[in-house]
Design a protein around this ligand. Structure first.
Ligand SMILES: [Mn+2]
Length: 251
């Protein structure tokens, strides 16, 4: 319950409209979707969950504090790409902004990490919290498209991302980066970020660089491709009629 309170309160300043929309959506979860989902619920015998996960907007907010990082992240899957992101790592902010913009995910994020050590803990822990909020937004995965892919160019760079919301978190990274550092940002940290998101949210994520000479272009295209692939995979497909898209019946 605290989480819900924090989400609404936390979003009120920067995203007043979203906060209002979130409230309306919460009511819709309980009331508005009942009619449509009642039929599929009856068929599948799980009314409460279906109502939750057939919502037109899915949001979650998580705050996580350790001795290394202090992170608050709010995620709305059906957003418009609005973001307010501050991790203290400028290049990472740039990549997260691109992730939000091109996935049409609304993200509010503050991360305070031990940057005096290096950016590793901050980047990895943001990945963990993003994975946790994504997992919470998806709930039991009812009616989701499940698979998504994107092939994104950025000038000379060309990057592929393919995702399966499988429940088996794993990253398959085949990305060639010509230089290790972009400014002060260690590019290997972006792999750590995607490992954290994938394993925490239970995603099978493949990323490949098919072309590219500029590491900034490659990683930025990778951010956009991952966002687009994920946006496709999380999309609700009402044709599933309340089912979870797995022959096992769970994801
Ligand atoms: Mn850029």
């Amino acid at each position: 319950m605290n989480r819900t309170d924090k989400r609404v309160d936390g979003r009120a300043d920067d995203h007043a409209n979203n906060a209002t929309g979130t409230n309306a959506r919460t009511e819709n979860n309980v009331i508005g979707n009942n009619t449509k989902n009642a039929e599929s619920n009856n068929a599948n015998g799980n009314a409460a969950n279906a109502a939750t996960h057939s919502a037109s907007t899915r949001s979650a907010c998580i705050e996580r504090k350790t001795s290394e990082t202090d992170i608050a992240l709010s995620l709305t899957l059906e957003g418009s790409g609005r973001h307010d992101i501050a991790t203290g790592v400028p290049f990472f902010d740039h990549m997260l902004n691109a992730f939000s913009r091109h996935g049409l995910f609304d993200i509010t994020l503050t991360a305070k990490g031990d940057l005096d050590v290096d950016a590793h803990h901050t980047v990895e822990d943001v990945g963990i919290v993003l994975g946790q909020t994504l997992d919470r937004c998806l709930g039991d995965r009812r009616n989701i498209t499940r698979f998504g892919h994107a092939l994104i160019p950025m000038d000379e760079a060309l990057v592929l991302a393919a995702v399966d919301i499988s429940g088996r978190g794993q990253l398959h990274w085949h990305v060639e980066l010509p230089i290790e550092f972009i400014g002060t940002f260690d590019t290997t940290l972006f792999k750590e970020f995607l490992i954290a998101v994938s394993t925490t949210a239970g995603l099978t994520l493949h990323v490949r660089s098919l072309a590219g000479e500029n590491s900034h272009h490659i990683i930025e295209a990778l951010s956009k491709a991952t966002a687009r692939a994920l946006a496709m995979a999380v999309t609700i497909d009402d044709r599933l009629g309340g089912y979870i898209p797995s022959t096992k019946g769970i994801l």
